[in-house]
Design a protein around this ligand. Structure first.
Ligand SMILES: Nc1ncnc2c1ncn2[C@@H]1O[C@H](COP(=O)(O)OP(=O)(O)OP(=O)(O)O)[C@@H](O)[C@H]1O
Length: 263
């Protein structure tokens, strides 16, 4: 079995020929225009590009949350949109998703600990399920908090009372609760000050290992270089460059432009 490929020879997560149009009427936008990308097991990839390039849309498609208008998404070699709903739900649990706006993705009734507890495998679903955890659940939540550099003492707090960086790390802990094969993080550090951003990046770094792949969407090349070995550049709904992150010399014009814009 070659590195980064599943037992049947397919990459861990891939898409091909993906097209996605969003909005209606005059706001209709071709967000993805024929995108193909393959992520191997354990690979760390950054998706960069200017605002509106289609990065977030691509992450939604890769997470099997957003159905493309055309094209296929394969996870563990299985076409997620051709699979029955039950199988698709199973496949989605192979993907940990860390959204750009963590707070709005949390159920406002939950404490930070309950947000993570509800995602644990086998946990009863919903509000009551998150509340009904015993000592084993509390220990698993504390372990996940520590993994992302959060004090487990924050578990009883409501996410709305936490800082932006702490919320983002709760979202990472929640994504890790399912022991995903791949973690997808969308602009995980945007709007955070330097110290908070560094802690979130540390948490993402600590989240890899165990053969887990990482896909980070960022407009910040410093984040891309810190976390990824491969940089994929998007522009106007297409992948326009795909290079090794340590490429010191000549790169394509798109990455070159982003590099010049980076302080
Ligand atoms: N709900 C929507 N309705 C209409 N157009 C949309 C919608 N969501 C996104 N778009 C458009 O699709 C394109 C791709 O958006 P997307 O959010 O994927 O870009 P992005 O690269 O993630 O941008 P950013 O870095 O600003 O988050 C943009 O032109 C955007 O305006």
């Amino acid at each position: 079995m070659s590195a980064g490929r599943t037992r049947n020879g397919a990459p861990l997560l891939s898409c091909s020929g993906v097209e996605r149009t969003l909005g209606a009427g005059r706001r209709r936008t071709a967000a993805l225009r024929g995108v193909g990308l393959a992520i191997g097991a354990g690979e760390a990839v950054a998706v960069v590009g200017r605002s509106g390039a289609g990065k977030s849309t691509l992450v939604g498609v890769l997470a099997a949350l957003d159905r493309p208008d055309r094209g296929t998404v394969l996870l563990d070699g299985t076409d997620v949109w051709a699979a029955p709903e039950r199988r698709r739900r199973e496949l989605r649990r192979r993907v940990g998703w860390v959204p750009q706006d963590a707070l709005s993705s949390f159920d406002p009734r939950f404490t930070a600990g309950e947000v993570v507890a509800e995602a644990l495998p086998g946990a009863p679903r919903g509000f009551r399920g998150a509340r009904s955890g015993g000592a084993a659940v509390a220990a698993a939540v504390a372990e996940l908090f520590e993994r992302v550099g959060l004090d487990p003492g924050l578990a009883p707090r409501r996410p709305v009372t936490l800082s932006g960086g702490e919320r983002q790390r709760v979202a990472i802990a929640r994504a890790l609760a399912v022991r995903p094969a791949v973690l997808l993080a969308d602009e995980a550090t945007s709007g955070l000050d330097t110290l908070a951003a560094r802690r979130v990046l540390d948490a993402l770094e600590a989240a890899t290992g165990e053969g887990r792949a990482l896909v980070v969407v960022t407009h910040d090349l410093r984040v891309a270089h810190r976390l990824a070995r491969r940089i994929v550049v998007m522009d106007e709904g297409r992948i326009v460059e795909d290079v090794a992150a340590d490429t010191a010399g000549a790169v394509g014009p798109h990455l070159d432009r982003l590099r010049r814009a980076t302080p």
